[in-house]
Structure formats: structure tokens, C-alpha cells
Design a protein around this ligand. Structure first.
Ligand code: HEC
Length: 142
């Protein structure tokens, strides 16, 4: 069995799709003051860490813990600590909506997780990550 042609074609696929992603980057630019960009990016890194911690807790069957993390760091309770109100003033409507949808769905996830059923909780969590994806595919900042 010869694997080389397959590897080459996979490599070609990877390069060509990478190139087309770069060429077709049609995300809307959003202008933010430098300080806010940094603040937002640091929020973002915390968002990813939060999703990771939620998943680790779910895998360990600690749904209450997952709920608490989601509500305090991504949910409606986190708005103030993220400076969301201040930042949302700089965002186009669609971006703001994606942000609101992320916070709301994180709070909904927390409620589902507290109920203790894994499957509905995972479904609710996927609504949170869908909000991440929606915003990322539409916007970039500078
Ligand atoms: C309201 C829009 C919005 C939402 C919602 C959002 N992001 Fe982001 N995120 C952005 C933008 C804009 C960037 C910067 C992209 C760019 O300029 O290329 C970014 C960047 C990031 C980065 C890169 C940070 C760095 O330091 O480079 C991570 C990680 C990230 N987001 C994670 C997440 C996760 C996880 C979620 C969901 C829980 C999420 N984001 C939700 C808009 C959003």
C-alpha cells in the first residue's frame, strides 16, 4: 500500500484551503481604541479557558461547578467585569447581538447544567460556542 500520494494530496488540500480562507476573508473590520483591543483580547482568552474548564468539569460529572463557572465568567453575571456595556458602544449591531447571544446562552447553559442532565447541558453549551463562531466569522478588530 502506498501512502505517499494520499499524503501529498492531503498536503495540497491543506495548502489550497488555507490559501482560499486567506483570500476570502470578508470579515468586517471593527475599529477599537488600542486599550479596548487589549481588553477585548484578554476577555477572549478567558472565554476560551472558561469553555475548557466547563468541559473538564462536565467530563468529571461536576455539573454544578460547570454552571457556576459559566454564569460567573461568560453569563449575564459577567457583563460588568467584562466592561461589556462600554465596549458594545463600539460594535456594529450584528457583533453586539452575537455578544448578547453568547452571554444569554451561557446563562441558559448554567440553568441546564444545574438541572443535572448531561445531554441537554451539552446542547446548551453548543449554543454558547455557536455564538463564538458567529462573531468570529463576521468580525475582526483593528
Ligand atoms: C461579539 C463578538 C465575539 C464573541 C461573541 C466572541 N469573540 Fe472571540 N474574538 C472576537 C474578535 C473580533 C476577535 C479578534 C479577531 C481578529 O481581529 O482577527 C476574537 C479573538 C478571540 C481569540 C484570540 C485571542 C488572542 O489573544 O489572540 C480567542 C481565543 C477567542 N476570541 C475566543 C472566543 C471564545 C471561546 C468565545 C465564545 C465563548 C468568543 N471568543 C466569543 C469576537 C468575539
Amino acid at each position: 500500500m502506498n501512502k505517499i500520494p494520499r499524503i501529498i494530496s492531503l498536503l495540497l488540500l491543506a495548502f489550497s484551503s488555507g490559501a482560499s480562507i486567506a483570500n476570502e476573508d470578508s470579515r468586517q473590520w471593527v475599529e477599537l481604541p488600542e486599550m479596548m483591543q487589549q481588553h477585548m483580547m484578554s476577555n477572549m482568552r478567558d472565554h476560551l479557558a472558561t469553555i475548557n474548564e466547563i468541559l473538564i468539569n462536565m467530563a468529571n460529572g461536576q455539573l454544578d461547578q460547570a454552571a457556576e463557572i459559566a454564569e460567573s465568567r461568560l453569563g449575564m453575571s459577567s457583563l460588568e467585569s467584562h466592561g461589556a456595556k462600554h465596549m458594545s458602544g463600539f460594535m456594529p449591531v450584528g457583533m453586539r447581538q452575537a455578544g448578547t447571544s453568547m452571554h444569554r446562552s451561557a446563562s441558559r447553559f448554567a440553568l441546564r447544567a444545574e438541572e443535572g442532565d448531561l445531554l441537554p447541558a451539552y446542547k446548551a453549551l453548543s449554543e454558547v460556542t455557536s455564538a463564538c463562531v458567529a462573531c468570529h466569522s463576521g468580525y475582526r478588530i483593528r
